[in-house]
Write a protein that binds this ligand. Structure first.
Ligand code: FPP
Length: 237
């Protein structure tokens, strides 16, 4: 093993559930269900190995455009997950945070998301961020609005609108920037995920479809990260 540290903050775009379902001649909803199993294992492992923050892209603001059947299946899985997994996550000292617009979610799902955040807010283990009804540009626009409202009230002067003030107005307030972004299924796009937080992220694009992304594949990505030469715009030698 190399000496470099693990990433503090890992972000994952869980891509390929649809293709996995197609490969197995199953309905897309079953691909997403299988995707939840993969997600469970990755969360547990991240907590066990001491990752500080894990951000998962579960549902984008653009995903509402999918068929009503697929949207309903995803909403059902979200509700199921946030109802059945909370005890275990709470026991593991996981702190859940939802990135995205909860107000735009159906009532039951919104209540479950708020409950998960409330129940785990004082936990000090893994920071588990789940992006739901999330878009990176919308997050930046929201941060601008928060700062503008403060400016109008006289609580902040324009010259105090610094990078750190902006970071504090994001959903990820208080968390480190993303060190490693993983997108499964071989696609190489950011798709509006954590645009600000990924400024200096390293990228890994494993070929595995998300339901096939197992712990061995996760460790491969983490190990690849540990061999990267990170310069943050500077020079190392
Ligand atoms: C991308 O695969 C995946 C999604 C749009 C949803 C990810 C959601 C889950 C893994 C389950 C729900 C999450 C929680 C937290 C319970 P795709 O359907 O775009 O795959 P494709 O590109 O092969 O069609």
């Amino acid at each position: 093993m190399s000496e470099r540290p693990l990433p503090r903050h890992v972000a994952i775009i869980m891509d390929g559930n649809g293709r996995w379902a197609k490969q197995h001649k199953l309905q897309v909803a079953l691909g997403h269900r299988k995707g939840v199993e993969a997600l469970r294992a990755i969360i547990r492992e991240s907590s066990d190995i001491g990752i500080e923050a894990l951000s998962l892209y579960a549902f984008s603001t653009e995903n509402w455009r999918r068929s009503p059947g697929e949207v309903a299946a995803l909403m059902g899985l979200l509700l199921e997950y946030f109802t059945s997994e909370i005890d275990e996550l709470d026991e593991k000292n996981v702190c859940i945070r939802i990135l995205g617009d909860k107000d735009g979610m159906p009532d039951k799902q919104r209540a479950a998301l708020i409950n998960a955040e409330e129940r785990t807010k004082n936990n000090t283990g893994l920071n588990l961020n789940i992006a739901i009804n999330y878009g990176g540009r919308a997050e930046l626009a929201r941060a601008a609005r928060i700062l503008a409202e403060k400016a109008v009230k006289g609580e902040i002067r324009p010259e105090e609108i610094t990078e750190s003030a902006l970071a504090d107005a994001l959903y990820t307030r208080g968390l480190p920037d993303v060190d490693l972004l993983i997108r499964t299924s071989g696609e190489m796009r950011l798709s509006n995920f954590l645009l600000y937080q990924c400024a200096y992220a390293e990228f890994e694009f494993p070929a595995a479809l998300w339901p096939d992304f197992d712990l061995a594949a996760y460790h491969e990505a983490l190990e690849a990260f540990r061999h990267r030469d990170r310069r943050f715009g500077g020079r190392n030698s």
